[in-house]
Design a protein around this ligand. Sequence first.
Ligand SMILES: *Cc1c(COP(=O)(O)O)cnc(C)c1O
Length: 468
Amino acid sequence: MSPEEFRQEAHRLVDWMADYMQNVSQYPVLAQVAPGSIKKQLPDSAPVLGESFEKIFKDFEKIILPGMTHWQSPTFMAYFPANNSCPSILAEMLMATMGAQCMSWLTSPAATELEERVLDWLRDAKGLPNSWKGVIQDTASSATLSAILSARERHSAFAINQHGFTGEHRYRIYSSEHVHSSIDKGVKIAGIGQSNIVKVAVDEAFAMIPSALEKAIQDDLAAGFTPLCVVTAIGTTSSTAIDPIDAIGDICLKYKVWHHIDAAYAGTALLLPEYRWMIKGIEKADSYVFNPHKWMFTNFDCTAYYVKDTQTLINTFSMTPEYLKTQQDDEVNNYRDWHIQLGRRFRALKLWFVIRSYGISGIQEKLREHMQLAQWLYEKLDEHPQFELLAPMPLNTICFRYLPASGDIDTANERLMQKINDSGKAFLSHTKLNGAFTIRIVIAQTNVKKTDVEMVWQLIQEAAYSQH
Ligand SMILES: *Cc1c(COP(=O)(O)O)cnc(C)c1O
């Protein structure tokens, strides 16, 4: 493809992209395809001769598009969102065009320096401790693994990095049973062993009970284990429960345990001063992660990971073979030493575009709108005798179920959710709370409006009543 052909195709694509954004709610939110049906339409082997872009794009529309779930649809209310926005997409286009690999300061100084700047902006706008430093990683899963590895290396004085596990310590990690599965995964990968995660009891709002944590630590010490790290959640995955990080922070300090805070989804809410209570006492913690790629209108992937002590992070990961040494190494930040992989994309550009386009106040306005819309639906469900709320709603994730007049409640709710998802009009997901099948609705999509929430409320009622 020549640059001239590229220009023409790109102009056409931009028109397609703008149309897609305008019309996204006309597609079925959840892809309505059977397993294997997309693959069946693709040839067994790669083309030997090059094909025209026109032909490729036709197949994209015909084969690929029907197999897409439309995460940017305003009635995508499943899981947590992976929001994009126009300024973020524009930045992705520029990033792809320059195709820079920003592993070191030298390999694109602007990428490093912009990243330092925008992460400081976000840190301050969210009220995080102003001595902390941040790095952009791919996902919260990687950031949490980084935290667990840093905890391990701080405790062993970097000996496990050098010599591997010698069996001196039997490490333990603590979290509530409601934290994200990435914590278990990180513990597995870090060599600590999944059986060494202690799931601490929660209260009626699904938040960790500090006294239960302290008891678990004491029991482990008595049994010869070494408490290593506590992972708390600001916004658990099931119900966005808020662990009391202030009290837990005191316990972590007392027993010299690393405290990592996973605020992957809910962390964006800290841009609103009225939600800062969630991080009271954060200065006692060691690390904190949140995902602008969820609720901050920045294309997946973009995770902001903040640490109190950058040297521990860098000592855990740095690796400087001769061919990566540069003359500036003493004066600059080489972000490759702040995470697991070497290569890195220029993700700071999209954060910069998003923050500047919306302004902090523009983002705040969206967040408040989402909270209000969620509150409206929460009240509707609360008032209705045939629906039951199954968790408090500190932010904008609603956990509820339908109470049928007769028959099995879980089955009725599974059917209700399936019916809505099969309709293609909205996409909801579920969890289990106290053993009960729980439907979750997250009102946080970039462009969600009151009419979308009203429509979903209508769908829920119709799907419930149609069961009789
Ligand atoms: C989404 C989520 C994660 C995982 O995020 P990735 O960036 O996909 O790894 C972890 N923890 C919580 C609380 C989450 O909501």
